[in-house]
Design a protein around this ligand. Sequence first.
Ligand code: UD1
Ligand code: MG
Length: 449
Amino acid sequence: MTARSCLTVVLAAGEGTRMRASRPKVLHAVAGRTLVGHVLAAVQATGGRIAVVVGPGADAVTAEVKRAAPDAAVFVQAERRGTAHAVLAARAALEQGADDILVVFADTPLIRPETLAALRAPLAAGAAVSVLGFRPADPTGYGRLVTDGADLVAIREEKDASPDERAIRLCNAGLMGLSGAHALALLDRIDAANAKGEFYLTDAVALARKAGLRAAVTEAADDSEVLGVNTQGQLAEVGAVLQQRLRAALLDAGVTMAAPETVHLSADTAIARDVTIEPYVVFGPGVTVAEGAVIRSFSHLEGARVGPGAIVGPYARLRPGAVLENDVHVGNFVEIKAATVEAGAKANHLSYIGDARVGAKANIGAGTITCNYDGVLKHRTDIGAGAFIGSNSSLVAPVKIGDGAYVGSGSVITADVPADGLAVARGQQTVKPGWAARWRAVAAARKKP
Ligand code: UD1
Ligand code: MG
């Protein structure tokens, strides 16, 4: 059998009002990715063309769609007149044709590619409409699936349902498949003669039946997959489910986590086997951790690459552009940004390393700061291999410390230090023997009445 072509229409015209937020609903993020970004990732894994329908003036949504799925075509639904009306906003994409048309909601971010594939299977077997069903604990608000044996007869929206129909537990999850051969004809026949006065996509089922075509229902393997987001509470709930999935996948892949429930991951977090993650670690987007590394408690990483055998934390912060090569040690209260720390180098305590290179096996003493910012521009610090930076030094960039050089502690370094040289840049120490005892005597005499 040749592979069937697919067009997925993603409805992303939802607003953020019920979330009491100014930003559009589908731009809220869980696990370091927007809701629409999660849906697009699942759709991309399915393959085929993508059309996204956004509301009027939704430039931010369009920008995020283009970022996440550069090949997606974006359509605007000028007025919110129902789910079928929204799908038809992508008419030009539908007219190009595809064997299977999938309709998914951008506010249902937990949908998996396997489920999208399951939704397509009945279409390949000749059904004109394929619906994803589920049995929520509380069916209020969902469309009910009216069945006749194995056949799907109609979807009745809550507001239009009879008391008998409301008693049906099997509900419409919202995702739908349409056979490309019939999709436009069915969609064009949908009217707005219902309680909400909207063009319901769900009417495609009854219309297909009337035309002598078949509609099928597939039950979701896992209810959590079709959780929609309308409130901040639901956003958090969806986030929690996603975290569980991500943690389980890492544990399966051979990552050790003593308290996985305290580790916060991003959808793109890539962690190799034999890595240990201690409790209470946060991974923002764009982090990779190589084999054998240890991420200790209370560390926060984003946009960072941790090399094999590196040890990070406790209490370390790796910001975007941090690259730790093999066996690097980064300890407590050390922040690294846009800097490569080469193999075997150590920065164990209380440091800021930004816009820098730290050469192999260099040692960065406690309290070392790269002064990378002059209030206007950022400048680079280059620290050579095997250099030793004494504690509490300020390296005022741009500056270069040569291979094997020493910097005396407490120095403020404003000029390059040659390889194997020593730079000391601090007030010279004076020692006055007996001074303290004399001072105490003077002070005590003054204190007497
Ligand atoms: C819809 C289904 C219902 C199902 C439920 C699952 C219809 C008519 N009803 O109801 O059977 O049980 O989802 O959650 O489809 N949208 C637009 N433009 C519009 C209207 C909606 O883009 O004009 C988008 C929304 O942003 C959302 C999705 O379509 O992403 C669903 O719309 P919503 O109003 O939430 O439909 P429900 O009433 O929840
Ligand atoms: Mg809804």
